[in-house]
Design a protein around this ligand. Structure first.
Ligand SMILES: Nc1ncnc2c1ncn2[C@@H]1O[C@H](COP(=O)(O)OP(=O)(O)OP(=O)(O)O)[C@@H](O)[C@H]1O
Ligand SMILES: [Mg+2]
Length: 266
């Protein structure tokens, strides 16, 4: 089995990495692929809650790499959809609990057993991010249309490229057309132009995301909403389907782009 290992990362915190990991994992599994969502945010685990699997955790990623349990014992199977698993992070350890060699060993153990391994990265550019990205074949960089998020995404993309990752796609999350129209937010084309990577999807700001996270029910398993449609489209594009991307256009976004380019010295 050819396994695709994809790291979901961002640089800036709180932009939607965990949301994207949970929703894309569920969407892929719903389409019949075997998927494991790996929470690499050691010490700040969240993916279990967003996926609604927190009550069934026995072992975690650190237990696996320390040989305190077998990989199969730590995988939490989602009962709502076949072939969806979570490998939870440890809650009471820190990012230093996992070494690059241990992470490589873990990825080697997962490779070949699943169609997709989606790794939820911690924020930042330190060891936690580096471990999460270490053995990924591809990266999904999540950014919101804010200058600070785009700047951090730019830094992350540079690090990923320096590491030899050549499949890097961008997800613009929490997009608000009304703010773009008023000239108060970067438009999607601006973000894409500055970061010079392919946009694989735009997820709108949508209350259904918060509701589904609080319920522990990824959107593809429940609520119908604009964000649910966006995650389905991203999944299809990941699978190589030709789903046109309708990039929302802002009227006044260009001024923001000029300012942003200056800031990033591009
Ligand atoms: N498209 C969206 N619409 C509305 N709310 C969203 C959207 N995407 C994410 N959120 C909310 O934003 C918050 C942060 O999301 P999330 O936890 O996925 O970010 P993160 O990048 O994983 O954060 P961290 O860096 O802390 O791990 C959550 O409360 C989530 O429900
Ligand atoms: Mg997170």
């Amino acid at each position: 089995m050819d396994t695709r290992i994809i790291v979901v990362t961002s640089g800036k915190g709180g932009v939607g990495k965990t949301t994207v990991t949970a929703n894309l994992s569920a969407c892929l599994a719903k389409q019949g692929y075997s998927v494991v969502a790996v929470d690499a945010d050691i010490g700040l685990r969240n993916l279990d809650v967003v996926m609604g699997l927190e009550n069934r955790i026995v072992y975690n990623l650190v237990d696996v790499v320390e040989n305190a349990c077998k990989l199969q014992q730590a995988l939490v199977r989602d009962k709502r959809v076949d072939n969806l698993y979570l490998l939870p992070a440890a809650q009471t350890r820190t990012k230093d609990a996992v070494t690059p060699d241990q992470m490589r060993f873990l990825c080697d153990s997962l490779r070949g057993s699943f169609d997709f391994v989606l790794i939820d990265s911690p924020a930042g550019i330190e060891s936690g991010f580096r471990n999460a990205a270490l053995c990924a074949d591809e990266a999904l960089v999540v950014a919101t249309p804010e200058v600070s998020s785009v700047r951090d995404a730019d830094r992350i993309i540079g690090l990923l490229e320096a590491d030899g990752k050549n499949t890097i796609n961008l997800i613009v999350n929490r997009f608000r057309q009304k703010m773009v129209d008023k000239g108060n937010m970067l438009d999607v084309n601006d973000v894409s132009e500055v970061l010079a990577v392919k946009i694989i999807g735009v997820v709108p700001e949508d209350d259904s995301v918060v509701i589904s996270s609080n319920k522990g029910e990824p959107l593809s398993l429940g609520l119908q909403s604009p964000a649910a449609k966006a995650f389905k489209d991203i999944t299809d594009r990941l699978l190589g389907k030709d789903v046109p991307l309708s990039l929302p256009q802002g009227e006044q976004g260009r001024g923001f782009l000029a300012g942003l380019m200056r800031m990033l010295r591009l």
